[in-house]
Design a protein around this ligand. Structure first.
Ligand code: SF4
Length: 421
C-alpha cells in the first residue's frame, strides 16, 4: 500500500499518522485540497484499524421524524415546512410510540428521533415521550434532541440546557443527537442559517452532556458550497471538543441532499470519509449514512476509512421497512449488508447505538458460506502507545486516545475560522 503514496505530496503526512501523530491544520488543509484518493485512504485506514480492527459496526435503527415545522429556515434544508403548508406534519406522541413499536418488532435496538426545531415544545413534552418509549422498550437506545432542540426546549421551559439534559437523561435519552452542527464556520452559518444557534452553543451543549455522562453523536454537513478550510476547521473543533470531553461516540459526515438527492459523486464522498477519519483521530467511529450513499459507495467508504454503517430504516408514515434498490436477487437488507462487508474481508458487528463491543457478531452464516477466504485488510493492532517527545504539541498526541484527560488547549495549530460567537 506504500505504493499508494508514490510521489504524493502527502507522503510525509503518512509517516506522522503511521507513528500515531495527528495532522495539524495546515497538513489537514493540504490533504483536503489534494486531488488524491488513495493516500488519504491509506492514512484513514491506519486510524480506523487501530480503533476498530477488522470490525464494521452496523446500526440497524429506526429513524422517526417527529415534526417538520421549524422555527429556522436553513438554506440547505428541504425538510422543513411552515405550519399549514402542504406536507407539514407534527406527529402525536401516540403515533411516535406506535412507530417505535413497529421498529422494535422489526428488530431495531436503536431509534433515532429527528425533526425540526419547535419554538414552543417544552422539556416536559420530550420527557413524556421518552418515558413512554422506554416503558414499551426499556432496552432500546434512544438518540434524540440535537443541541438546537435542547436550546429551544430550554428556552420554552425557562431552564438551562444543562437542566434539560439532566431531565432528558433521567427520562431515557441514551445519546444526544449530533444534528444541527452543519458547518461550524461563522461565514457559512451567516450565509445559510443565520438565526440558528451557533457553533459555540452547539459545542457547549455537548460539553454539558459530557459532564452528566450522556454520550453524544457528531455530524458535519458537506457538499453545500462550503470551503475546504471550513470543513477542516469544523473537524479540528470537534477534535478539540473530544479532547476536553472524551464523550463523542461517532462522527457521521452528512452529504447535502438537494432537490435531486445526494450528489452522484463517489470521489467527493470517499475523500470526505477519509478526511474525517484522518483529522478526527481521537473519535473511535466514523459512520456512513448508508441510506444516503447507497450500498456501493458505503462499501467503498469502509475501505476509505469508515468503520460503521448507519442503516436507518425510516418508519415514519409508512410503517414499511424498505429494501435497498441495489440489493441483489431479492436479498433482504441484513443479507445484503452482510454480503457487502464480507466481500471486503471484514467482520460485521451489530451496533446497539452505543457501539457495545460485546454485541453479537452477525452474519456468521454468510461468512462461512463465502467461497473466498475473507482476508482482513489489516490486522487488528489494538490501541498503540507512543512515546512522544516531551515538547510535542497537542497535534503530536497519539491518534488513539489514552486514558489521560489532557486537553487540546495547547494545540499549536492556528485557531480555525469557525464560529466566533
Ligand atoms: S433547523 Fe433543521 S429542520 Fe430546521 S430548517 Fe434548519 S436543517 Fe431544517
Amino acid at each position: 500500500m506504500r505504493k499508494a503514496f508514490g510521489r504524493s505530496k502527502l507522503a510525509g503526512f503518512h509517516k506522522r499518522v503511521e507513528s500515531g501523530k495527528r495532522l495539524n491544520r495546515d497538513e489537514a488543509v493540504a490533504m483536503a485540497a489534494a486531488r488524491e484518493l488513495f493516500p488519504p485512504a491509506e492514512m484513514a485506514g491506519l486510524i480506523r484499524d487501530r480503533f476498530n480492527g477488522n470490525g464494521v459496526y452496523v446500526s440497524r435503527n429506526a429513524e422517526i421524524a417527529l415534526c417538520n415545522i421549524c422555527r429556522y429556515e436553513c438554506k440547505f434544508c428541504s425538510f422543513r415546512r411552515t405550519k399549514g403548508e402542504t406536507g407539514a406534519f407534527d406527529l402525536k406522541p401516540s403515533r411516535v410510540v406506535n412507530e417505535v413499536k413497529h421498529a422494535v418488532s422489526a428488530g431495531a435496538r436503536h431509534v433515532r428521533l429527528v425533526g425540526a426545531v419547535s419554538a414552543s415544545r417544552k422539556i416536559e413534552a420530550y420527557e413524556s415521550l421518552l418515558k413512554r418509549i422506554k416503558a414499551i422498550a426499556p432496552e432500546l437506545c434512544i438518540e434524540a434532541c440535537s443541541p438546537p432542540e435542547i436550546i429551544a426546549m430550554s428556552e420554552a421551559s425557562g431552564k438551562t440546557s444543562a437542566e434539560a439534559l439532566i431531565r432528558l437523561k433521567e427520562a431515557g435519552l441514551g445519546i444526544v443527537s449530533g444534528l444541527g452542527a452543519d458547518v461550524f464556520a461563522k461565514g457559512f452559518r451567516d450565509a445559510n442559517c443565520p438565526d440558528k444557534p451557533g457553533a459555540a452553543q452547539w459545542r457547549e451543549v455537548m460539553a454539558d452532556a459530557s459532564r452528566i455522562g450522556l454520550p453524544c453523536a457528531a455530524t458535519i454537513l458537506y457538499g453545500f458550497g462550503e470551503r475546504t478550510e471550513q470543513l477542516v476547521d469544523h473537524l479540528i473543533e470537534l477534535r478539540k471538543l473530544q479532547e476536553r470531553t472524551r464523550n463523542i461516540l461517532s462522527l457521521t459526515p452528512i452529504p447535502y441532499v438537494g432537490p435531486s438527492g445526494v450528489a452522484n459523486d463517489p470521489f467527493l464522498h470517499l475523500r470526505m470519509i477519509s478526511l474525517c477519519r484522518t483529522i478526527l483521530a481521537n473519535v473511535a467511529h466514523i459512520q456512513i449514512p448508508f441510506r444516503l450513499l447507497g450500498g456501493t459507495v458505503s462499501q467503498m467508504g469502509i475501505v476509505f476509512g469508515a468503520d460503521a454503517l448507519d442503516v436507518s430504516f425510516g418508519t415514519t408514515f409508512s410503517g414499511n421497512v424498505a429494501t435497498f434498490p441495489d440489493a441483489r436477487d431479492g436479498d433482504g437488507d441484513d443479507v445484503y449488508i452482510a454480503r457487502l462487508i464480507a466481500a471486503i474481508g471484514r467482520r460485521l458487528v451489530e451496533n446497539d447505538g452505543l457501539f457495545d463491543k460485546s454485541g453479537p457478531v452477525r452474519a456468521e452464516r454468510l461468512d462461512q458460506s463465502e467461497e473466498e477466504d475473507p482476508k482482513t485488510i489489516a490486522d487488528d493492532t489494538g490501541a498503540e502507545e507512543h512515546n512522544d517527545a516531551p515538547d510535542a504539541s497537542a497535534d503530536d498526541q497519539p491518534a488513539v486516545p489514552d486514558e489521560s484527560n489532557s486537553e487540546d488547549e495547547g494545540d499549536a495549530q492556528p485557531e480555525p475560522n469557525g464560529d466566533n460567537q
